[in-house]
Design a protein around this ligand. Structure first.
Ligand SMILES: Cc1ncc(COP(=O)(O)O)c(C=O)c1O
Length: 406
């Protein structure tokens, strides 16, 4: 075989990137945009994004930052004012004491999670991921050459993994436990009692660390947000991740952070220093204003998310075949849809799984949702409820009509 032939058939891409899946939510949004470009009236409920503008006082702080000349590199883990504002927030909202040196500000909570996974997980380490889980967890663990061990919560328990399940899953190779509360995609929120029981399990296994993703902290309809780090027996082994994308409607600003024990925070700082450096100087100034401006704007948005959740639940309760737990937080509904598997669509194709159903709904109802497959829940579909009330009403009217044809 000639050299040319060898080159033509061998991919130059690394095994690492070839093994990685594209984000299912981003892939669905791409398909949705293609249909919209062809003139179809698609309602996009596949994105995990607030439909609100960033509050004006935060935008004003960013404009001022530009005018004041904050256009230079920042310290890698964030400007001192923001790290202090984050410490103040942890104290105010979560009764947690951290020093600014324990805070690492990043380009979104996504990077905070990746920094922590890459700083803690060695090849072959097991990472227990509470399932259903956010799509990127599994890919981050893969990137670190760890092994994901999904631990599946039951529908009856609102998909929340129990302390007993965790105890049974921990092995000598377990390094890390990852979960989100409020959870994307299920909207479930762990109570103090449930997290206390999980903390008690972790306390018995000092080789296991926990990555608590609290990005939806403010979007909570049940009241109390509990941080795993509030349990003193495990605080040193908990890395808490949070950010500005959801609570302050700042997805495009790319601003998130983590709090951790000093050695872990330093490792994340080092990891980030070689990949992105400090995040945007202007976004960081805006972040200081956001945190110091209190929660009033977030509370207004939460009132709208709650109203929309109730509106949607009221419609879906009358759609036969959907089993939908009531979300306690975040802005999704996550119905179990297996009743439709094996049914035939009007064109003659069979709906074999949630991915087929999501595709059918996109083509027939012109509503885009994401298959639960990428969230570790192949019997479910995720619909975002972060859209205007009238859009939601129209979307679920169409979904109901399309499902009735199966
Ligand atoms: C559970 C969860 N964690 C983290 C993120 C990432 O947030 P950020 O925009 O801050 O990177 C998201 C965004 O959708 C999410 O849903």
């Amino acid at each position: 075989m000639s050299n040319t032939a060898t080159l033509a058939t061998t991919s130059p891409l690394s095994d690492r990137v070839q093994a990685m899946n594209e984000s299912a939510t981003i892939a669905m949004a791409k398909k949705c945009r293609e249909l919209i470009a062809k003139g179809f009236d698609v309602i996009n409920l596949s994105f995990g994004e607030p439909d609100f503008q960033t509050p004006q006082y935060i935008k004003d702080a960013a404009k001022k930052a530009l005018d004041d000349g904050y256009t230079f590199y920042t310290p890698v883990p964030g400007i001192p004012e923001l790290r202090q504002a984050i410490c103040d927030k942890f104290k105010r909202d979560n009764q947690l004491e951290y020093l600014p040196t324990q805070i690492v500000v990043s380009t979104g909570a996504k990077q905070s999670l990746a920094n922590a996974v890459l700083s803690l997980v060695n090849p072959g380490d097991e990472v227990i991921v509470f399932s259903p889980y956010w799509v990127s967890y599994e890919e981050m663990v893969k990137l670190a050459e760890g092994t994901t061990v999904p631990l599946v919560g039951t529908l009856e328990n609102d998909y929340k993994v129990t302390a007993e399940q965790l105890e049974a899953a921990i092995t000598e190779r377990t390094k890390l436990v990852m979960y989100s509360s409020p959870c994307n995609p299920t909207g479930s929120v762990f109570s103090r009692e449930e997290l206390g029981a999980i903390a008690a399990v972790l306390a018995r296994h000092p080789h296991v660390y926990a990555l608590a993703d609290e990005i939806y902290e403010y979007i909570n309809f049940v009241g109390e947000h509990v941080s795993l780090a509030q349990f003193p027996e495990v605080k040193d082994r908990v890395i808490t991740v949070n950010g500005f994308s959801k609570g302050y409607a700042m997805t495009g600003w790319r601003l998130g952070y983590l709090a951790a024990r000093p050695d872990i925070a330093s490792a994340c700082d080092k990891m980030q220093s070689q990949i992105t450096s400090g995040t945007c100087s202007i976004a960081q100034r805006a972040g200081v204003a956001a945190l110091n401006g209190g929660r009033a704007s977030a509370d207004e948005m939460v009132a709208a998310y709650r109203r929309r959740r109730d509106l949607v639940l009221d419609i879906v309760k009358d759609i036969p075949g959907l089993k939908t737990p009531i979300p306690s937080g975040a802005f999704y509904i996550f119905p179990e849809v297996s009743a439709f598997f094996g049914r035939t669509a009007p064109g003659g194709s069979t709906i074999n799984n949630a991915t087929d159903l999501a595709m059918y709904l996109l083509n027939d109802a012109l509503v885009s949702a994401v298959s639960g497959e990428a969230f570790g829940a192949p019997d479910c579909i995720r619909f975002s409820t972060a859209a205007a009330d009238e859009k939601l009403v129209e979307a679920f009217r169409r979904v109901k009509e399309s499902l009735a044809k199966l």
